[in-house]
Design a protein around this ligand. Structure first.
Ligand code: PA5
Length: 447
């Protein structure tokens, strides 16, 4: 089996290979710090050896539960926000047929998502679409107290119980939360739901390889063994014993930090494979929450190409030169589509006749890379041999490991997210949540 690979050749210029190699000792030290668990945020390093420590029994339990849900439901609503939904959605969207919901003969349940916004129309439309459907709920919240998923779950639970009765609803609801604390733990224990535990030492955005990601992914009919196997391979490939020159996580971490030090404040994660859209959403949370603190941090942005070349392309090519681009390149798509010949050739495309659509896409990718590099946008390339659970597992772990090293190189604690609380405090005060009376008056005075 191949591994995903990293190519930084087209990022060189503003930073040199020598400068990158000069950071090898530092990067290896930070990688060792992760391994030893004696750096900032070391209470949250459970993800580090998660792939290699998942047991067959744990996977079997997840698969058994997924099967139970699949046998009862045509639709599963995954309730969660941030790290409690993005990883699962990333895999499900990458691995599913783009038009799955239109296929009458589908064998896997449809996965829908809730609790990742507070959109009233979104919730109304979700409830409308669920009417008459056999649905179940996977409710995911590590803290068990997050407002968005709690609100969505309250509405969906009521609807499910009213539709199928409390007893049947119990078999269609699974809760994934803390082992002991939080409102969701209390509720799940009281109602007698099947539960899975998110380990204390795994933060939300690093939790995709726990039941948080694995259960919805298994429900969607995707092979979680392959996903974990890919992550295990990358755990080995980025281990502290691997020399810097071969350790793609360490090289990526160093390169992006050097680019940042040289004024490249924004990293754009680009793909030429539309189904990777949610991989980028997951990545943005991982890097945004891990590094954006203490007045520092690369801003993680993303584009789907070639689509966004027709919206963001101008900015990337000629806007403020504060960006670099990291492209996830897919070597081999799952299907072949050939460009047909057309006798009249009114669209002028006969020069492409007989070629695969992917050849056109690949030339667009290469052409874009050169254009952006010429325009002063350093380019890092990550190549996935194919979009499979195995390589997605590799990609997840690669980004997580690199994120740990990168955050330490930047000089922040990559495993906390204190800034996420600020809006919650204001919102609770404005909603008159008990306990926020004092803040309420002060905040209202500022409106
Ligand atoms: O990375 C994190 O810890 C957060 O972004 C969480 O994933 C997100 O806020 C959801 O939290 P919870 O799972 O506690 O509901």
């Amino acid at each position: 089996m191949k591994n995903i690979s990293l190519n930084i050749d087209k990022a060189l210029g503003i930073v040199t290979k020598e400068q990158i190699l000069a950071q090898a000792v530092k990067a290896n030290e930070w990688n060792a710090t992760l391994q030893k668990g004696d750096g900032a945020g070391s209470d949250f390093l459970g993800w580090l050896h998660l792939p290699s420590s998942i047991t067959a029994a744990e996977l079997a339990d997840i698969e058994h539960t997924a099967q139970q849900l699949r046998s009862r439901c045509d639709v599963i609503v995954t309730v969660g926000i941030g790290g409690s939904y993005l990883g699962a959605r990333a895999v499900v969207e990458a691995m599913s047929n783009s038009f799955d919901w239109l296929q009458a003969d589908r064998k896997d349940p449809v996965l829908l998502y809730a609790g990742h916004n507070i959109g009233e129309d979104y919730l109304h439309e979700l409830c409308e679409v669920l009417k008459g459907k056999q649905f179940g709920i996977i409710n995911i919240s590590k803290s068990g107290t997050t407002t968005e998923p709690a609100l969505a779950f309250r509405i969906l639970k009521k609807m499910l119980e009213e539709t199928v009765g409390k007893e049947e609803a119990k078999h269609r609801i699974v809760a994934i939360t803390d082992a002991r604390k939080g409102a969701l733990r209390t509720l799940a224990d009281k109602e007698g739901y099947k539960t899975f535990v998110i380990p204390d030492n795994v933060g939300g955005r690093f939790s995709v390889l726990t039941p948080v990601g694995l259960l919805p992914i298994a429900v969607a009919g995707i092979n979680i063994h392959d996903l974990v196997a890919g992550a295990v391979a990358m755990e080995k490939a980025t281990d502290v014993t691997v020399p810097f020159e071969q350790n793609i996580a360490a090289i990526y971490a160093v390169t992006r930090n050097l680019l940042y030090e040289n004024g490249k404040k924004i990293e754009i994660l680009a793909n030429f494979y539309p189904k990777l859209h949610y991989i980028a959403e997951w990545w943005k949370q991982l890097y945004g929450e891990s590094e954006g603190k203490d007045g520092k941090g690369i801003f993680p942005a993303s584009v789907d190409l070639t689509t966004d070349l027709h919206s963001m392309g101008q900015w990337i090519q000629e806007g403020e030169r504060t960006i670099f681009e990291t492209v996830i390149s897919v070597e081999e798509p799952a299907h072949h589509v050939m460009v047909p010949t057309d006798e009249e050739n009114l669209d002028g495309l006969n020069f492409l006749a007989g070629k695969r659509v992917d050849e056109v896409n690949k030339m667009a990718e290469l052409g874009t890379q050169l254009a952006h590099v010429d325009g002063g946008v350093p380019n890092i390339k990550i190549t996935m041999p194919a979009v499979t659970p195995y390589y997605i597992g590799q990609l997840f772990y690669f980004f997580e490991r690199a994120c740990g090293i990168s955050g330490y190189l930047l000089g922040v604690n990559p495993f906390n997210q204190p800034g996420v609380e600020a809006y919650k405090k204001n919102m609770f005060a404005l909603l008159n949540k008990p306990g926020y009376e004092k803040e309420s008056a002060a905040i209202r005075a500022r409106l």
